[in-house]
Ligand binder design. Structure first.
Ligand code: SF4
Length: 420
């Protein structure tokens, strides 16, 4: 399904359904909301995601919308983003979490970076205990940018370390020196932000278990409050997948990857990082509010090209094209709008909720089962409890330790009913 908005700078966008199955009002294809109503749903958001679509190089595993080598468009982008922020910001309530991601937000030149942060800070209402995060590529963090972050309210920085082994970074075509992670963390700490996440990727072709331990230990030596550790995935239309198909690289074998997952959990937990989601670990009091918002299926508003949003079962994303973003203002073109049927909403709630180690509250599970046609998900729950992959932990339904290794397949059973 595709929506296109048409607008001039003084008009709200008009939505037109171009294709797809979403026609909640019978009769001719039309949107279920007027442009005004659409924009007003921003008042239900608890968070915001802001996408900055520039990188200095495209990593081979990356399927995010980001463009390398468009430095001449950075300023135009910031100007355009500030218009969108001002337009929607006045409708937002005080948000609990804001995440500036990308792309590489820290790629912007220092003065432009400062102007963007100032604009975000002044446009978006924030609660007194907001988590205001930014994603950073270690190579692009400077002392001045870290100071700008603090001046404009950022209180959490997520740094893409991925690995501290230069050879493995090369396999990923990830362009940064391992030492730049240390430098970036120092800048951020010195500026006054202690809440730092480090992203680590494991299961990289040729990687050994010892190398996984090395990366974890290098990362922990920098005292992050939070660690996100993901097994490498081979996304469609990425150079990495192409290299896999041509035999240029070999995938880490499934059993070895499972061992690496165990190593990650053991190493981090024994150093005080509690696993609270399949791939996320935090020191006490430092779980990531923003990710929890996604996993708890809450509402957030998207800013910038390719940013995806969700409000009360309606999902959409802004068109992933800079040229459209520059032309369509104040709100961007919107694509892939879906108003999820109740049954699909239930499936997605399980998909997100079961990723959390504490699991899903019984009352939430029961209401989602009732929402499922013929309550078919109760059968899935019972079957997976019988086979030891799911369990009731007091009042929560959660993956077992064994189930964590099969999380994807267990969760997929909740998405679509399969005739038995
Ligand atoms: S820096 Fe991040 S967003 Fe940019 S190409 Fe690499 S993985 Fe993708």
């Amino acid at each position: 399904m595709t929506f296109v908005t048409e607008s001039s700078s003084n008009q709200l966008p008009q939505f037109t359904i171009l294709s797809g199955s979403f026609q909640p009002n019978s009769g001719a294809p039309r949107a279920d909301l007027t442009a005004n109503e659409w924009q007003n749903t921003a008042s239900s958001a608890t968070g915001a995601y802001i996408h900055v679509p520039f990188c200095f190089h495209k990593c081979h595993y990356c399927d995010f919308f980001s463009i390398a080598g468009k430095e001449d468009q950075h300023e135009q982008f910031v100007d355009r983003l500030l218009v969108e922020l001002k337009e929607v910001g006045q409708l937002l309530p005080e948000l609990e979490t804001i995440f500036i991601g990308g792309g590489t937000p820290t790629l912007l030149e220092e003065s432009l970076f400062d102007r963007m942060l100032a604009g975000i800070h002044s446009s978006i209402p924030m609660s007194s205990n907001v988590e205001f995060s930014i994603e950073a590529n270690p190579e692009t963090v400077t002392a001045q940018k870290a100071i700008s972050m603090v001046e404009h309210g950022i209180n959490r920085v997520s740094i893409g370390a991925q690995s501290f082994n230069l050879e493995l970074l090369k396999v990923l075509e990830r362009w940064h020196e391992p030492s730049s992670v240390n430098r970036a963390v120092d800048f951020v700490h010195e500026a006054g932000i202690q809440n730092v996440n480090l992203d680590i990727i494991y299961s990289i072709p040729t990687q050994t278990k010892e190398q996984v331990r090395f990366d974890l230990n290098q990362a922990m030596a920098l005292s992050p409050t939070h660690m996100s550790c993901y097994a490498l995935t081979y996304e469609l239309n990425t150079p990495l997948l192409q290299r896999l198909h041509t035999g240029a690289i070999t995938r880490v074998d499934h059993d070895l990857e499972a061992d690496m997952f165990d190593i990650v959990t053991e190493e981090l937990e024994s150093n005080g990082y509690a696993q609270y989601e399949i791939s996320n670990y935090a020191k006490e009091g430092f779980t990531c509010k923003h990710n929890l918002m996604y996993w708890n299926n809450n509402n957030w508003w998207p800013f910038g090209p390719a940013a995806a949003g969700h409000i009360d079962g309606r999902r959409w994303r802004n068109a992933p094209r800079l040229r459209d973003y520059f032309v369509h203002t104040p709100l961007p073109l919107v694509e892939d709008v879906e108003l999820l049927p109740k049954d699909t909403q239930a499936g997605e709630a399980f998909m997100m909720g079961l990723r959390l180690l504490r699991g899903m509250e019984r009352s939430w599970v029961e209401s989602l089962v009732l929402q499922s046609a013929n309550q078919w998900r109760q059968v899935v729950i019972d079957r997976n409890c019988d086979s030891g992959l799911l369990e009731w932990k007091k009042n929560h339904l959660a993956l077992t330790v064994k189930g964590l290794h099969f999380a994807d397949s267990v969760i997929s059973e909740f998405l679509t009913q399969v005739d038995s």
